[in-house]
Design a binder for this molecule. Sequence first.
Ligand code: NAP
Length: 299
Amino acid sequence: MTSKRVIAVFGATGAQGGSVARAILESKSFTVRALTRDVTSAKALALQNLGAEVVQGDLNDEASVEAALRGAYGAFVVTNFWEHHSKEKEVCQGKMVADAAKRLRLKHVIYSGLENVKRLSGGKLEVPHFDGKGEVEEYFWSIGVPMTSVRLSAYFENFLTLWKPVKASDGDYYTLALPMGDTPMDGISVADIGAAVLSIFSFPEKLLGKAVGLSAEALTVQQYADLFSKSLGKEVRDAKISPEAYEKLGFPAAKEIANMCRFYQMRPDRDVKLTYCLNPNVRSFSQFLEENQGALQGI
Ligand code: NAP
């Protein structure tokens, strides 16, 4: 009996890596080597119970990453900008993994990348949590690592937290505040990316060396609001906030998100058709709301 090929999964205790690890474990087509800084955490132990090999790995510790990648066929790589809010740190972590993947001759890396908005806009617009990932994408390809970049759209899950409808102060309705104007914004449930990533690992030929924009659908803020209204039985309206007003909201990532929406208004390439090919069970926003009624109770 031949042993299964190993995929090292970064961020396996988190949203993206967790979705990828679970999809691979369910398929039984590869062995999952889950990286975490704390192999004793509840999430790490849950992955172990599902059949993953859980190993210590820290993106700030090159030796641990090299040890975790040794002997692997491939890796799913995600870095977490929001843990430190530093583009430089995210770039440093990503390039370190790219160098290790090159040295160890991994056959296929799937990197959770995004566009280098600063470069694409000729320096006019900066979105540090995109720009750094864009730099890392370019680095992976420049040193010749066989890599597919998956560029995700906004998680639908954001609408349960940071972007959830807020009660209006002047009436009996709720508002959704995202500075998108009337331009549709792509979205996807992060729970659905795992199956798409598994398809890319299973049939790598067409997507090696490419960037793939994943999206379940693109809706205007009013369309997201209408689906909320239907699901909650309460009126939800587009707050019609401008990027200029949004960046003055005062919370730490307000400027970053305003600039992200300015970029989203340029409609970066996200491919709904390809996403459905890679994961035929990808959820629409209305299905997502249906399945998350519990989380919406507090609204
Ligand atoms: P998450 O759920 O918060 O999980 C973060 C993961 O990163 C954890 O598994 C954590 O593992 C791991 N991690 C953090 N620092 C690490 C380190 N130094 N070494 C090793 N592992 C480390 O995050 P996520 O949502 O999966 O991914 C976050 C990324 O998604 C961000 O960079 C963001 O820009 C990007 N993104 C988000 C959206 C969105 O709409 N929210 C859309 C596209 C892209 P341990 O704690 O177990 O070590």
